[in-house]
Design a protein around this ligand. Structure first.
Ligand code: B12
Ligand code: SF4
Length: 481
């Protein structure tokens, strides 16, 4: 069958989920192409490709944009429409919201998609395909997920060529992403992992780590084909169950590229960090989320003491690893003074980048239920802003407090780097939220990221990436989707 994956935005990083599914489909004999909707002549290009399937990878917020885009395309294109990704996993009833949505995949998509298309192609009854909610003959069938693939090493490597054929800036970008593991055993209240683990309860290991040899093989494969000077490990927690010494020896001798990974403060220890540093780790993203104990541990369920946070940052700094903290603002019940505690934590440690998002109560998360129960949010999923960089859907004590929190998120990273600007920032955040602040935040954060990574690139590559990022900002942030 002919499958067209459609992204509603110009991607600024490779959508790995789509790349993984694409390779699985190609191995099963299907033809796959990837399209980005804002590029010229989408409908004409699709008509020329003649897809049997329109496929979308959907996060909450992006779901309504994809639904509208699909309804529009289906007026011209005779195909079935399949949706997957985190929003579908957690809100499968999304299928009921529009008659042009034919299937919703819950959980991992590689085997599920191959299974479904195989049944359709062979003319079999496909209404009971595991992992899928399906609209067949006007009825909706709800099927449970099957077991997880136990060994990630058996998955084919993600097909990047499919993505780069549409988005040449991602090919030119020498920073590439690799997924060394899948899953996370923690239960932070704002994150999807708790629900994902619940959905797959008894159906496979929570945390699946690829072998060092398999990861290195993928990296060498990318290196042989594309510009590649810096590696980003994209998994939720890098190296949690990995033999750090083995990794340092194999990666260090065969690859040697500088890299960054996401780590949780409680999994950091000196020995592990020394091995990772030896391998080439130059920076770590570390989710702090809030400097206020009540918000961090009671509302966000992080289960991390202030001492553990301080210790983790101190170890990283001592080993000369650049620290990129991630923080959340406009949490339920948060005051501006509580948000200042978050700011002070990153500022006090002089971290290299303090990134900040707004809390989004995604359906299925425990913070969503907390917000609804305590009247911070009325639970209407279509009212969630398309991005956690724009606005908050929560209620606060006063409009002034909400405005200060939403605006402070836009200036957070700048304030961490330039604390002397804080008095002016405190005045600016009293003004109504506006797109200039969003634009400032996007431009400054992109600049900071380039300073943290310090990836080697030519002037030409820098320009291609900057232009692509600007297009991403324009389509995703400024247009509001
Ligand atoms: C890296 C990342 C990003 C990157 C790249 C996103 C991308 N398109 O790949 C960037 C920075 C751009 C990003 C942005 C956003 N992200 Co993000 N991101 C992640 C992160 C950390 C990893 C994603 C990843 O590569 N996963 C690995 C791949 C293999 O998994 P996957 O994408 O889920 O795909 C698998 C299945 O979902 C399924 N599948 C996926 N698509 C499809 C499609 C079909 C047809 C089928 C059948 C199956 C299927 O099969 C895939 C393979 O098994 C996840 C957390 C996580 N651990 O997944 C959050 C996560 C996906 N992001 C999230 C969110 C909310 C966003 C934003 C909306 C945030 C914002 N800006 O406000 C935007 C959305 C922008 C966009 N256009 O997608 C949420 C989604 C929650 C939700 N309920 O939707 C997550 C889960 C984090 C969280 N808060 O819990 N993100
Ligand atoms: S540690 Fe990170 S990935 Fe794991 S549950 Fe918490 S927020 Fe999610």
């Amino acid at each position: 069958m002919r499958v067209a994956f459609i992204e509603p935005v110009i991607a600024n990083v490779e959508p790995l989920g789509i790349a993984y599914i694409s390779q699985a489909l190609i191995d099963a004999g299907h033809v796959v192409r990837y399209f980005e909707a804002p590029r010229p002549n989408l409908a004409a290009r699709l008509e020329e490709f003649k897809p049997d399937v329109l496929a979308y990878s959907v996060t909450t917020g992006k779901h309504s944009v994809c639904r509208a885009l699909n309804a529009e395309l289906r007026k011209k294109i005779n195909a079935i429409s399949l949706f997957g990704g985190p929003h579908c996993t957690f809100s499968p009833e999304f299928i009921e919201s529009n008659g042009k949505i034919d299937g919703i995949c819950r959980g991992d998509g590689e085997d599920a998609m191959v299974d479904l298309l195989g049944r359709i192609e062979r003319g079999e009854d496909y209404s009971a395909t595991p992992n899928w909610w399906l609209r067949v003959g006007g009825k909706i069938y709800q099927n449970p997920v099957s077991d997880k693939r136990p060994d990630l090493d058996t998955l084919p490597f993600p097909n990047r060529e499919i993505i780069y054929a549409e988005n040449s800036a991602l090919r030119a970008n020498p920073i590439k992403r690799v997924l060394g593991s899948r899953g996370c055993p923690f239960s932070c209240s704002y994150c999807f992992n708790w629900m994902y683990n619940d959905l797959y309860h008894g159906k496979g290991k929570i945390y699946r780590q690829r072998s060092v040899a398999n990861i290195v093989e993928e990296i060498l494969d990318i290196k042989s084909k594309y510009p590649f000077t810096f590696l980003k490990f994209a998994e939720d927690i890098f190296g949690m169950n990995m033999d750090a010494k083995e990794f340092a020896e194999v990666y260090g001798s065969k690859v040697g590229l500088p890299f960054i990974g996401n780590m949780r403060p409680n999994v950091i220890n000196e020995e592990k960090i020394r091995w990772f540093k030896k391998a080439g780790c130059v920076a770590v993203t570390l989710a702090i989320e809030s400097g206020n104990d009540f918000i961090r541990n009671t509302v966000l369920n992080r289960n991390l003491s202030a001492e553990v946070l301080d210790r983790a940052i101190t170890i990283l700094k001592k080993e000369g690893i650049r620290v990129w903290t991630q923080n959340i603002m406009a949490n339920p019940g948060e005051t501006f003074e509580m948000a200042m505690e978050t700011y002070r934590l990153s500022q006090r440690h002089r971290v290299d980048f303090g990134e900040c998002f707004l809390l989004m109560p995604y359906p299925g998360t425990t913070v969503h239920d907390y917000c609804v129960k305590n009247n911070y949010f009325d639970g209407k999923v279509d009212e969630l802003p398309p991005s956690f960089l724009l606005d908050s859907c929560l209620r606060f004590d006063s409009k002034r407090e909400k405005r200060r929190l939403i605006n402070f998120q836009k200036f957070f990273s700048f304030a961490v780097q330039h604390p002397r600007a804080l008095p002016i920032i405190k005045l600016l955040i009293l003004l109504p939220p506006n797109r200039f602040y969003v634009l400032f935040n996007r431009l400054y954060d992109n600049w900071r990221i380039s300073r943290v990574l310090r990836a080697k690139m030519s002037a030409r590559e820098f320009w291609i990436i900057a232009r692509n990022n600007l297009m991403n900002i324009k389509t995703f942030i400024l247009k509001g989707h």
